[in-house]
Ligand binder design. Structure first.
Ligand code: MSP
Length: 651
């Protein structure tokens, strides 16, 4: 019988050459899930990839003095390298610049257009370039910035194609109702309904004309397709959409899209609506995990609070990093990374619990029975509690893994490990040895070896190397995950070898220093690399412009008549400025961090007079005050050296 397929996706990452531990979270989980599903007998397929188009990448590449393709190629190599170091077993690495994928994006776009679900119009609103996201005015945060990242947005008016997202609001609502398992954890559904769907969905702008690093709209090459449609379609391209029907039909719909909590809206609203419009089945599940924080804060290089996976891999191995990430964090919620916790868990769970059980069991078998496993069946009441826990462990582990409770699943295995260690203390094999009760002793040792075998099979999806090592020490073959449901599989006569320790105890304080040194070194190296890029950025910072371009700017001197704090925004000041017109202009500026409301009254400032008006938190700003910002973040409004009068032209 053909195996049942199980298709897992990670997000399609923006090219990033410095992926930190948080960035690797989804991929580590996806890898473990794939291994687990394979061990369960599924035809599991896992994909990851890179989301390479868009304005942000085009601009970053330009600043680095490279073409976008050159820029992303290098990062893709670095990313693949990191996945190799973490032994991530993906099946396809999809790139949004792959030719077949680009054709797919065009195909999808055309299909939706022909169906009438995409139409041409004009977009008016705000765009956040770093997040590649459009916002309406009412969606902006209290400072008039992007509600997702808090960075400035810019007003745009451009011809665009719209996707009729509004048409799918009711269908989505119904779908959520009929498929409570579709979006997990469940509170994310409430979030999507309250924050977006119930508020009313507006049609989505799905093309851009202001840059060209993207997939051309097939019938209108002035437009490129919006990055999110491009990126989401990667989930289809990665399994042969339009190019390999057999493969595609085998794996679609996806069993699970694993994503971070910040991109739920795209996956739980836009993506299902697009698929509904394409008359395609929806993924069976979207699971949104929390973020790995660093001391309760977002990991960020500028704050220096980043943990990179490389030092952890180098110092403590792949198995430990995967174990920690799965064991420490609750998959649906935010979690805090701490190096001390990492090292302490290494000592307590890996050295004390698992390592200790392995070394005591194998060394006692060597010492008391010449290294030979022998079940003499001299049973005791006390054995039953270990055996019945071993039996329960398998079912519980499977149930927890199947419901994405990875931390609980590992805790279940560790409960068995700790029970087995206690069994050693209870049965006191050294006394049995001293009293020459060798038959009972061998039964005890057999039970311990068998528990270890079960443990080794259960942890295989997470700690493949450790599984191999334990089985090697027991002299036994890998019988698969299912074999962990039975107690008593080890045959008599196996030759055990203690060998070296699985995990060596760490001196936490000493290791903290070593780990931080390695990690800080990497932060330093990567910051220097970024700074070199930044320096280049200055050389390349802006395109050369013609005199005609410059002449389009209408710059004048203005006198500040009045200033007050914006009633609905923390960072904004509202100015009344005389620029030689009948009425003073209202101009809003985000300089409250550097000036209080009275500082600039009576001062001459430089005003951009012909900037398109923009409403900021309910007040319309007509123009802009120019200022200079130093590298260390200080700011000064630009003024004139002489009193020339309001409205004086600047050229
Ligand atoms: N390109 C989009 C995804 C398109 S999917 C069709 C994108 N890329 S990303 O590179 O910015 O983010 C990739 C993933 O990394 C997201 O799921 C995000 O939640 C995750 N993480 C980034 N920082 C993280 C932590 N500190 N902790 C856990 N996950 C984090 O979004």
């Amino acid at each position: 019988m053909a195996k049942q397929s199980y298709y897992i996706t990670t997000p399609i990452y923006y090219p990033n050459s410095n992926l930190h531990l948080g960035n690797t979270y989804t991929t580590i989980i996806a890898d473990v899930l794939k291994r687990y599903k394979k061990l369960q007998g599924f035809d599991a397929y896992m994909i990851t990839g890179t989301d390479e188009h868009g304005q942000k990448i085009m601009e970053t590449a330009k600043k680095a003095g490279k073409t976008p393709k050159e820029y992303v190629d290098k990062i893709v190599d670095e990313t693949k390298d990191l996945w190799k170091k973490l032994d991530i077993k993906y099946d396809t690495f999809v790139r949004s610049t792959d030719k077949d994928h680009e054709l797919n994006v065009q195909h999808v776009f055309e299909k939706l257009y022909n169906k009438g679900d995409i139409y041409k119009g004009t977009y008016k609103g705000y765009y956040c370039t770093p997040d590649e996201t459009f916002w309406t005015e009412k969606e902006l945060d209290e400072n008039g910035n992007c509600p997702m990242c808090g960075r400035p947005v810019h007003y745009e008016e451009e011809e665009t194609y719209f996707f009729r997202l509004s048409k799918y609001a009711d269908k989505l609502k119904q779908y959520y109702k009929d498929h409570p398992e579709f979006l997990e954890p469940h509170f994310r559904q409430t979030e999507m309904l309250n924050n977006f769907i119930d508020k009313g969905l507006t049609d989505l702008s799905v093309t851009r004309t202001s840059f060209d690093w993207g997939v051309d709209v097939p019938f209108d090459s002035k437009h490129v397709v919006y990055v999110w449609i491009d990126a989401l379609t990667c989930y289809l391209s990665a399994i042969g959409y339009e190019f390999d029907d057999e493969k595609f039909n085998k794996y679609w719909p996806a069993s699970v899209h694993l994503i971070g909590k910040d991109i739920v809206r795209f996956h739980a609203i836009i993506w299902p609506a697009l698929l509904m419009a394409l008359d395609m089945p929806l993924p069976k599940k979207i699971f949104a995990h929390g973020w790995i924080l660093f001391e309760n804060d977002k990991m960020s290089k500028s704050k220096g609070n980043i943990m990179y996976p490389e030092p952890l891999i180098k110092l403590y191995g792949i198995d430990a990093i995967k174990y920690f990430v799965l064991r420490e964090f609750n998959f649906g919620s935010d979690g805090n990374f701490s190096s001390r916790k990492y090292l302490e868990r290494y000592n307590s769970d890996l050295v004390n619990d698992l390592g200790n059980l392995v070394s005591r069991t194998t060394s006692m078998i060597e010492k008391y029975n010449g290294g030979i496993i022998e079940n003499t069946n001299v049973n005791d009441e006390i054995d039953n509690s270990l055996k019945s826990l071993a039996h329960e462990t398998y079912d519980k582990f499977i149930e927890q893994m199947d419901s994405f409770k990875f931390n609980e699943a590992l805790e279940t295995v560790w409960t068995l490990i700790r029970r087995a260690n206690k069994y050693v203390d209870e049965t006191e094999p050294w006394i049995l040895g001293r009293d020459e009760k060798i038959e009972r002793l061998n039964t005890v040792l057999y039970n311990l070896a068998e528990t270890l075998r079960i443990v080794s099979q259960l942890i295989e999806p997470v700690m493949e190397n450790t599984t191999k090592e334990i089985l090697q020490k027991l002299g036994f073959e890998n019988k698969g995950l299912k074999s962990a449901s039975e107690f008593g599989i080890l045959p008599n006569g196996l030759k055990v070898s203690k060998g070296k320790n699985l995990f060596d105890r760490l001196d936490v304080d000493k290791e903290l220093e070593i780990l931080h040194k390695e990690n800080n070194e990497l932060i330093k190296q990567r910051t220097i690399k970024e700074e070199n890029k930044e320096n280049k950025k200055e050389e390349f910072s802006k395109d050369e412009i013609s005199y005609e371009d410059f002449d389009k700017l209408d710059l004048v001197l203005g006198k500040v008549l009045d200033c007050y704090e914006h009633p609905d925004a923390d960072k904004l000041l509202v100015f009344k400025i005389d620029i030689g017109e009948k009425e003073p202009r209202t101009i809003i500026s985000g300089i409250k961090k550097w000036y209080s409301k009275d500082d600039l009254i009576g001062k001459n400032v430089v005003v951009v007079k012909n900037l398109a008006p923009r409403k900021m938190r309910g007040i319309e700003s007509k123009g802009m005050i120019l200022s200079a910002e130093s590298k260390d973040g200080d700011l000064s409004v630009i003024s004139s050296l002489k009193e020339l009068g309001a409205g004086s032209k600047i050229s």
